[in-house]
Design a protein around this ligand. Structure first.
Ligand code: GRF
Length: 205
């Protein structure tokens, strides 16, 4: 392993296709990051099986094993600090994280969301876009703050909504772009090209 590469922790709950894409991109010649650890709050997450297959340290850590959510997040912080994690990537992690983890890794936690935020935050963003009759949707990579999908936006990719789209067809096209966009944001982060001032993230040349 290249010790100069930025260390990423992945938090997920399920399918793990974003994790898989980030992993594949991390293997590319010019990548400046590597995935150190994968943590799931769900035992049967496909993402955990993938991590095992890729030979990446992985853990099933259910919050209910801890007295409170704060204890759970303190445990995660400890685990990630031990491993010198530079960036936590939420990749289909179906849990709201609290101020504890956010404060422990301030501006060092990213999330990907399947809409052009601030439109359609929360669950089922693709279905929300279809239901609303939006003509354009997309995906957003953002830093995580205390709100739900409200943190400073890093990158966005727009995707046209077709007249015959349903939630599934739109989700498939958005997901394809998610798999590209997330790694771009991670690469920029470890290149120290992301400057955060309040809500605004500037991409340095
Ligand atoms: C993705 O659509 C992502 O935008 C959202 O959750 C989904 C996770 O999918 N946050 P996967 O587990 O990465 O396949």
């Amino acid at each position: 392993m290249d010790i100069k590469k930025g260390k990423v922790a992945i938090l997920l709950s399920g399918r793990g296709s974003n994790f898989e894409a980030i992993y594949n991109n991390s293997l590319k010649k010019d990548s400046n990051f590597q995935i150190e650890i994968v943590v799931s709050d769900k035992k049967k997450a496909r993402g955990l099986e993938l991590a095992e297959k890729f030979g990446i340290e992985n853990h099933y850590i259910p919050p209910r094993k801890f007295e409170t959510r704060e204890h759970y997040e303190k445990h995660l912080i400890q685990l990630f600090e031990q491993k010198n994690i530079g960036l936590i990537c939420l990749a289909g992690f179906m849990r709201i994280i609290t101020g504890i983890l956010i404060a422990g890794f301030r501006n060092r936690i990213m999330n990907i969301h399947p809409s052009l935020l601030p439109a359609f935050p929360g669950l089922n963003a693709q279905g929300q876009a279809i239901g609303y009759g939006a003509k354009i949707s997309g995906c957003t990579v953002h830093f995580v703050d205390e709100g739900m999908d409200t943190g400073p936006i890093i990158l966005q990719k727009d995707i046209k909504v077709m007249d015959n789209d349903d939630e599934d067809s739109l989700s498939i096209r958005i997901l394809k772009e998610e798999h590209i966009l997330y790694s771009k944001a991670i690469q920029l982060y470890f290149d120290q090209k992301l400057k955060i001032e309040g809500r605004k993230v500037t991409i340095l040349p």
